[in-house]
Write a protein that binds this ligand. Sequence first.
Ligand code: HDE
Length: 752
Amino acid sequence: MPEDTHDADDGENRPDATDGGTADDSQPSSESSRTGTSGDGDDVDENSKREQLDTVRESSEEEALTTDHGVKIDDTDNSLTAGERGPTIMEDFHFREKMTQFDHESIPERVVHARGTGAHGYFQPYEDPDLGEYDDVSELTKASFLQDPGRKTPVFTRFSTVVGSRGSADTVRDVRGFATKFYTEEGNWDLVGNNIPVFFIQDAMEFPDLVHAIKPEPDDGTPQASAAHDTFWDFASLKPEITHMIMWVLSGRALPRAYRMMQGFGVHTFRLVNDDGDATFVKFHWTPKLDTSQLVWDETQKIAGKNPDFNRMDLYDVIEEGYEPEWELGVQLFDEEDAAEFDFDVLDPTKIVPETEVPVRPIGRMVLNETPDNFFAEVEQVAFHPGNVVPGIDFSNDPLLQGRLFSYQDTQLNRFGSANWDEIPINRPIAERHNNQRAGFMRQEINQGKASYKPNSIGDDDPREVPEEEGGYEHYAEKISGEKIRNRSESFQNHFEQARLFWNSMTDAEEQNIVDAAHFELGKVDRMEIRERMVYDLFNNVDHEFAKRVAEGIGVEPPEVPGDEMSTHDAEDPALSIEGRRDADTIETRKIAILVDDGFDGDHLETVRSTLQDEGARVKVVSKALGDKESEAGDAVEADKSHVTTESVLFDAVFVPGGEDHVDALLDQGDAKHFVAEAFKHKKPIAAIGEGTELLEAVELPDVEIAANGETISSDGVVTSHGDDLEAFAERFVDAIAEHRHWGRNPKDVPA
Ligand code: HDE
């Protein structure tokens, strides 16, 4: 596998995206990348957005430097001064313009979700969707972009953390935003979701309090990007409805391995509406093709220092290397009668509709295949709004969703300082726009005609309203009656049952991760009464044993009896567990390190490397220094990384080939031993063959069986061999990698 030109580990300078840092033949191909055609060569609708963006793309290659007004500039380094050592002259228009532009070149960061990254791609309905009782999506919705399998609708997706500022680390414990703008021919639809299917609060009115509590504390401005402090847990401990979301946030869901390895959820109940005006409730789900996968806590903290851009660079690099991250869009569908039967309220955003009750029906796929050219113009300036819907998609009365419909428009006014944020290229729909709003800061369009009001006779009453039958948006005619009240519905009160469902659905290792996370998060809370409330008032109502296990680690007296509201519910839903829902048997895009020094066995290296690459993995040779390393047979292999520039936390697995001199050298290198030990601690697959196994023995991996003569064995994700069948050994390693992490290892019993 040839070198990839940029690498997700080290933040090194990367070449321009156009100068060769793109796909090569040995990678899964990205035929559609930048060509605007699909993999099968058809012309596709995704072109429309790309073509629109092309009209504003600028390259400065081999162009004269000019002012913003097009005047060519002969010197951009020296100010105009009065004499060689004299003062700067105001007349220097180039200086004034350059400096003013610079002074104003940032916009307010998002008040939440400030840290993020994004990519372009397309959405395509499935050719042959398995829609059960619905043969055709048109029964459900009139949204035309969901109907025609031949149509690819362009999308731009932005992933984000929530709490941290724009420059904070990627791998913090946090919810991840998963927001997609569908540029449909009937207008933009923004599915502005998260990677966790529930939310902290039930009413938008509480959002400013939640965010004030979780953001850095107002007096000292710390901590950055973290929930582990008193104000957040104070708020949480006084809000029992937060319990379900807290369970998710303490789990591996809040530590995604990659954006392209996490689920996405619309969270709220929405409505699909068909041509007859009939509505069906819907929950939206994104499911990644590569499985949902998580990092482990210790690893996330180290990555935050080694490469704070870990998730951002991962997305950029894999797409540049030719991989096309893909998600399936699925829907859970239910009607008013089904909703009335559930023992929770479908309008309550702290509740899921369990997949055991309503399965997820796949309806299409999203492929991300193009990186942005300009981070500011595309990722920073993209502006989402859950209120952007198209005919066939409508809202429910979820009070959190209803409040969001106000907040997003409002926040864009703050970020852009103008109501014309929707005219910026990345936000602009491909659907035609005509209305009488023609002014405001930074207006781009030049509308023609005298009449900018309605009704008018001067302009022939254009632009015209469009009746529903011709595509005009008509809100679902829901019957509503009620008194004007400030109240929380009784049906929103069941706060612990689904938190318990989540807990019940975890594997033993996932439970332990949640307990460990609670020890960290609450261990950082100074005030005892907050820790006690979390244990007694929240966790003890979820599960008594869980509450006791948390209490033991944070100096709280373990509760003696289960909480009053303790549910007897012991239902499980395997879809809630990352391990429980794993089914993609692939190692595609996983990063594997091969530790090498002079004298390595070339056959070992080449066979394992090519097997991994054939399976789609990204392999790097790591040594004590950059430069060529020589095999036993005298062949050279170039080290991609040195121990100075990389670490085991930036890889998914590690392989140590045989070769006497090479292993003797590794045995003398603390960095090499640390690499293996840390990979083991973080539950990663490890493989060694021949003399390579001596490095594993030197590290004393606990409870691991190492192969004897002639054997090839796999022990808790550690594959070792003293046999002759190199291919079989490599395949065993592939199997171990496909399992992601090996959770059977005792978390406390680690060599590093
Ligand atoms: Fe957001 N949220 N949110 N949110 N949200 C924003 O809009 C808000 C909520 C989500 O990549 C802001 O443009 C309120 C739920 C994502 O640009 C702001 C409430 C869900 C993003 C805002 C919520 C989300 C945002 C900040 C409670 C999952 C990033 C900047 C009623 C379904 C989008 C911006 C991007 C961003 C308000 C709750 C997802 C202030 C008031 C629930 C993915 O408008």
